[in-house]
Design a protein around this ligand. Sequence first.
Ligand SMILES: Cc1ncc(COP(=O)(O)O)c(C=O)c1O
Length: 448
Amino acid sequence: MSSIGFVKYINMKTEPPGPKARKVVEETTRLLSPSIARFYPLVIEKAHGALVEDVDGNRYIDLNAGLGVLSVGSTPSPVVDAIKKQAEKFLHFSYTDFYYENIIKLAEKLVEITPGSWEKSVYYGNSGAEAVEAAIKLARYHTRRPRMLAFSGAFHGRTMGALSLTSSKTRQMKGFSPLLSGVTHVPYPYCYRCPYGKTFPDCGYFCTDFIQHEVLDKYVPAEEVAGVFFEPIQGEGGYVVPPPDFFKRLEKMMKPNGILMVDDEVQSGIGRTGKWFAIEHWGIEPDMVLIAKGIAAGMPLSALVAKKSVMTWEPGSHASTFGGNPLSAASALETLKMIEQGKLMENAERLGSQLMKRLNEMKEKYEIIGDVRGKGLMVGVEIVKDKRSKEFGIKEVERILDYSWKHGALLLSCGKSSLRIFPPLVIEQDMLDEGLDVVEEAIKRAAS
Ligand SMILES: Cc1ncc(COP(=O)(O)O)c(C=O)c1O
């Protein structure tokens, strides 16, 4: 019997990890790289929509969309059918050397849905980090400038270039230096814990003034900067949402200096926040948009969509054998269709506002909820020891994740002590509510 009363979707047959799961975890430890840090030992057997079953027959509600990838849920039939159909035609014929059609259809769609009415070009890779690498190279190539700006708390991936822009956790950096030269990190507008100790809106956007007066005017000559890389909502860094005018102010500083605005939408894009791309909430049009995760329902694919006038690199300057794989492209075309025709962005907006309402009510009830923030179905809950000290609730987050998992809700954390709630966009209200009932019980217990 569940501790939260009647449940419709969750079905826990044994306390996880069950016997079959433990065996897989043991074999994983024996054979696979130890560099991967997992949240808890969940071993998947199958998944459909926003429900996941483990190898011991337990059924869970997915509150993390396979780390933001499963925007249209697991194994959606239209996507699976499109992949099967494409698989019978051809599996691979590298677009670095030959041509095929479905990546063109996809590029047309990406050009249409990304912000900016100018002409655009698309480069395909396989992962978020690859899109970031491509953007670093293109920014340098196009501008012939060596430097880049990025934000503290950022996560852009783990390949050497992307890692050089990343600054969310030291354990991701430790042992890998020297990284790419020419990267300067500036503070991100994390208003709940303002790096300058100020309060919004009285601060008057000190954070953007700081970039101008303390960075560009003093030690990073603007004419040497190729691009500024940013996440419109910091993901790994804690689901941090910048204040309303932040990106307009940033753009005003960068554009006149010829500094490219590079928008990393790997986690926040493809409808998750109720718009195709999160940056649309701030009304600016970046020079490059980086897309991965939610674009192809779990098939590996990433895209760099840039202004055509910026994508000036020559033949042979950049490519990847597997980038733009035809199965991934078939999957992406169907995924985008599902988001549009199924009105999933509207769903994200509607469920997201219900979610924020419930979490804000919970914030009133529980001393350990310090902040609730987000857009659409990209919502963070910062857990603290108590509201006054704002001390990070690291142990509390561990307990909340563990309880939630053991009681059927697949919840993840981010930042130092935040919960992130980012279910598939296809999730229904009653399923989300049931998942949240578990999370609320977990918070209640962690608070007591
Ligand atoms: C904003 C952002 N950029 C880039 C990446 C790297 O993507 P990948 O893990 O596919 O290389 C991630 C991954 O979490 C991300 O959240």
